[in-house]
Write a protein that binds this ligand. Structure first.
Ligand SMILES: [Zn+2]
Length: 424
């Protein structure tokens, strides 16, 4: 892989890592881990899930793991090829060494052959010189004998003291000629022999030279092959090195993604817990504010002395259309509880209502508690469902201690018994 490409890849990985960090900061941080978290916890939007980020990081991690595996497989292949190549190169080196040795031997044989040729040539030239000289001398003597042949012959013949002398002389001359001849033949043979030897040696030299050329050609081929394999092995080593760098990068990012997933998972768990808590509070709020769960306002008495609706006013000043119910058989000081959770919107004294409370429960529902001996909450207070809020009394227009309880929906008085858990 070229250096440039690798750099590009690294930049890509870094850019992704940076993006993830930015995303982390944008979407909020875990409590305690960030300086921003402390003051903004309340405003934190728990409805936005970290799951898409976790999924993205997991997908990226899986992708990287796949890439890592592929690259590792590739590197293994390259490493195998490198090992195989190294074996080839070793074999080629061996072959090269063997060929060089053979060439050296051939070269030495060629040198020896050349020396042998030189000595054969010398022998040939010497023998030839001897043969030539012998031939010339023989020729001279024969010529002399024949040029002066008759005279000499007859000189020999008649100059001899007798036939035996003559024969001796003749034989002598013939012997000389034979000796000359034999010497010449000997030199000539030596010359021919040297010549033959020279021819054979030259043929051998030619053969050796051709063999040497073949071996040199072979050696050259082996070297060329080795050069190619060496170049390939260098390339492989380079590639393996770069791949190992990339593998290390992949590892780094996998670890980074793993840490990101872990961090985000913690955030997601915290978010889910916070969301569950929010839902729980919301459900609790709904429960405590719903008419379905309304409580009886005087736990110690279910005695109704006056029902909701038209009636004859029990005393002067009391209403003829009763806007609630009266719960009696309750001495002064009997506890009154808030029928639902809510906010006290009125706490004070009225001429006919005496000490009374109005509590808003949301959704337009308001409860009213009149003639109390004592109010325990103030306007603006948040009260819980079932909280002690006042005591029964007979303040205002009342014939005796009782609680006048009224229930209003959107400002309209309704019969509380439609909702209250009344038991006889
Ligand atoms: Zn009443």
């Amino acid at each position: 892989m070229p250096e440039k490409k690798l750099k590009k890849k690294r930049i890509k990985i870094m850019a992704f890592a940076l993006l993830t960090v930015v995303m982390l900061f944008v979407s909020g941080t875990g409590k305690g881990s960030s300086v921003f978290a402390a003051g903004t916890d309340k405003k934190k939007d728990n409805s936005v899930s970290y799951q898409p980020q976790i999924d993205a990081a997991a997908a990226r991690k899986a992708q990287l793991e796949k890439m890592l595996k592929d690259l590792k497989d590739k590197t293994e292949e390259l490493t195998n090829e490198r090992t195989e190549l190294a074996g080839h190169i070793e074999a080629l080196d061996k072959q090269s060494a063997e060929l060089s040795e053979q060439i050296e031997e051939l070269s030495s044989e060629i040198d020896t052959c050349r020396l042998d040729i030189m000595s054969a040539t010398e022998k040939y030239l010497n023998s030839k010189a001897y043969a030539d000289r012998q031939y010339d001398q023989m020729k001279l003597r024969i010529k002399y004998m024949y040029e002066n042949g008759d005279d000499t012959f007859f000189d020999v013949l008649f100059g001899s003291a007798g036939i035996s002398d003559f024969l001796n002389a003749l034989e002598y001359r013939m012997q000389i000629t034979a000796y000359d001849n034999s010497l010449y033949t000997k030199y000539e043979n030596a010359k021919n022999e040297a010549y033959e030897t020279g021819l054979l040696l030259e043929a051998k030299l030619e053969e050796l030279t051709a063999l040497e050329a073949t071996k040199e050609y072979e050696l050259e081929s082996v070297r060329t092959l080795k050069a190619a394999k060496s170049a390939r092995i260098i390339k492989l080593a380079n590639e393996i090195g770069l791949d190992e760098d990339t593998i290390a990068d992949y590892w780094d990012e996998i670890v980074y993604q793993g840490a990101t997933i872990e961090e985000l998972t913690v955030l997601e768990e915290e978010r889910l817990a916070a969301e569950a808590e929010r839902l729980r509070i919301e459900a609790e709020y709904k429960f405590n504010h719903s008419l379905d769960n309304i409580l009886w306002p005087v736990p110690s008495s279910y005695k109704i002395t006056s029902y909701f609706g038209p009636r004859k006013a029990p005393i002067e000043g009391a209403s003829t259309y009763h806007q609630g119910i009266d719960i009696g058989k309750s001495p002064v000081g009997t506890p009154i509880i808030s029928v639902l959770a809510g906010e006290v919107i009125h706490a004070g004294y009225g001429e006919s209502a005496g000490n009374y409370l109005r509590i808003s429960h949301g959704n337009g529902v308001v409860s009213v508690y009149m003639h109390c001996s004592k109010l325990l909450v103030d306007k603006g207070d948040e009260v819980e469902r079932g909280q002690l809020i006042a005591y029964v009394g007979d303040t205002g227009v009342a014939t005796g201690p009782h609680l006048h309880f009224g229930l209003y929906i959107d400002g309209k008085a309704i019969n509380p018994l439609e909702y209250l858990p009344y038991k006889e």
